[in-house]
Design a protein around this ligand. Sequence first.
Ligand code: T46
Length: 136
Amino acid sequence: MSESKNIKKFKFKSFGDESGWLVPIEASKDIPFEIKRIYYIYDTTANAVRGKHAHIDLEQVLVCLNGGCTIVVDDGKECKEVILSQRTDGLYIGNNVWREMKDFSKDCVLLVLASKYFEDSQYIRDYEEFLAVVGG
Ligand code: T46
């Protein structure tokens, strides 16, 4: 899948020297939305597969602060696996993208910055329904 406006892997700027590294994230500058919500996922089990849904109206940026995992992104036409294993990698996921998270390392901490407050009604959890929405 070529990068689309709804799926984009990018690098954060990082500042460091022998004393350590720092990655700043400013809303609407380093990421393309105002951050309304932050959550993180950790202590995932070896064969865990999370996600398995899409959002009608939600933008998110995923960053692995520790360890790594694979994010499966599917826009209904193409499906791609993105590996997040660098603390300076961000994955932007926009509206109507089916996502799954898997292959978590034991020490994985996955940070998610979101453009909206949590709303269960914004989830599409049925893959056939997702395909109908995106016309895939
Ligand atoms: C996503 C991927 C990357 C809340 O109460 N507030 C929240 O902000 C979130 C995100 C979840 N929850 C509750 C809802 C469930 O009872 O936490 C529980 C676990 O959520 P869920 O099974 O949706 O978690 P994941 O890891 O499958 O998916 C999450 C996000 O829900 C989703 O938006 O894109 O991470």
